[in-house]
Each structure stands twice: as structure tokens, then as C-alpha cells.
Write a protein that binds this ligand. Sequence first.
Ligand code: ADP
Ligand code: X2W
Length: 258
Amino acid sequence: MEKLSIIKIGGNIIEDEASLNAFLKLFSNLEGKKILVHGGGKRATHIASKLGIESKMVNGRRITDAETLEVITMVYGGLVNKNVVAKLQAMGTDAIGLTGADINSIQSDKRPVKEIDFGFVGDVKKVANNSIDKLIKADFTPVFCAITHDGKGQLLNTNADTITSTIAVGMSELYDTSIYYCFELNGVLQDFDDKDSVIKHIDSKTYQQLLKDEVISDGMIPKLDNCFDALHNGVQKVHIGNTSMLTKENELFTTITL
Ligand SMILES: Nc1ncnc2c1ncn2[C@@H]1O[C@H](COP(=O)(O)OP(=O)(O)O)[C@@H](O)[C@H]1O
Ligand SMILES: CC(=O)N[C@@H](CCC(=O)OP(=O)(O)O)C(=O)O
């Protein structure tokens, strides 16, 4: 099978113009078939606050009422996505920006209300791998933002890490698929105060121990859950690290296996 890399960039990279440009240069030069997924949670929180809208997060997920959905649609689907696409075009990569509604690429169900009502948040149901593959085969580079739809006209907010793992699972029917979660740190850290204390390898067993020892917290827990979901469902390899892990020179990052 041909190789496909799915690369996700976190909100802190997007916030820093120099880091974003450096990452996009690496991404642009990366050989082989590739898909980019971006978040932008920080930017959404910032712009919402300028509009007088308070952001509420529960378990790392944004409570998305109708007003917040308008903000995230403008920020993820517009501002961030189109800037990234324009920068990639300037670097010679024929990028196409997408939400999950475009070419019906990612359908989701509105999250059912249990203890918490997350509002317009979607849990991914179906990835149109063959439609996405048409773009890839035509030599376009898809750039996805953190928005899906329910197929009935409703846009839904969906965490970018989850979008990454579910696209990767869908595409693994067609390609030998690897995920690269790029963020501002060098990888999953043993000691949060020592930025070089990267845990080079995590498997299901060591993950349970890390949880028990409270070495990982916050956004890292759903990120790792997404990694294991992907590995259980056909994805070959998952990596977490800073953007330079996309180069052959950097060997300091975390690899996740089952
Ligand atoms: N052991 C750990 N190593 C690295 N990051 C950790 C660890 N435990 C918690 N984290 C937190 O997880 C965050 C990454 O998750 P998240 O904010 O969802 O990422 P992203 O920037 O990719 O959206 C880091 O910024 C860090 O604050
Ligand atoms: C439902 C939900 O929480 N969606 C996320 C989507 C953005 C995202 O995931 O951005 P980062 O990768 O930059 O965190 C949010 O609105 O914050």
C-alpha cells in the first residue's frame, strides 16, 4: 500500500506566526501523499472574548452554543483555514481547505445530552475516504479544520485531534497511514518542567501507568485516547512531537504503539 501522512498542528503553533510559517515550510517540503488538519481553539477563545462571548470547556471540549458555533465557523473555517491554504499556495503546495461538509467528507452526530449539554458538538460517524482520495489522486493537498456536519444542514464543532484520528482510520482502508500530532513541546514528557524528558515510546500498558502516576493530564489524555483509537482501527503509526519531527534529523519525539 502507498503511504499517507496525516499531520495535525495544535493551537499554539497557529498562534505564533514564525512557528506556523516554519511548520508550513516543512509540511510543504514533505514528500509523499499528505493531509493537514488544524485546530485553532486558542484563537477561537480569543476572538469570542473580543465579541463578549465567554468560552466554556469541559473535559477539553468546548461547549458550543449557537453564538459560539458562529464564532468557530468564522475562525476555523474562515480565518485560520484560508490563511493556512494561502500560505501553502505561496510555497507551491496545491492546498484545498475543507470543513467536513465540503464534499461530504466528515459526517457526525450531534453529541447526545447526558450530564453535560455540549451544544453543537459532533461525534464523527462517517469519513468519505473515497471522496477525499479523489482530491489526493488529483494532486490536491486537503487541509481540514475542526468542523463537521450532520448531513441535514447543521455544522458541528469537532475536536481537531479527533478529526485527525478518524480521517486516518478512514484513509487506512486505502493507504498505509501514519499520524503526526505536532504541538509546541518535544513530545509526551515524563517531567513537565524538563522539556527534554520525552518519553520515546508509549504502549497501551505504559499508558495506563502514566495515567495512574498522573504524568499526563489536560489535553494530553484525549490526545492519547485518539492515538489508541486510531491504532486499534487500522492506522499503522502515531507520533507526537514538535514540528521538526517531520524532518529526518530530529529523533526526539514520542511514538505510540498498541
Ligand atoms: N506529560 C505531558 N507531556 C506533554 N504535554 C502534556 C503532558 N501532560 C499534559 N500535557 C498538556 O497537553 C497539552 C497538549 O494537548 P492539547 O492542548 O490538546 O494540544 P494541541 O496544542 O495539540 O491542541 C500540552 O500543551 C500540555 O499542556
Ligand atoms: C469540540 C471542541 O472542543 N472543538 C475544538 C476544536 C478546535 C481544536 O481542537 O483546536 P486545538 O487543536 O487547537 O485545541 C474547540 O473548539 O476548541
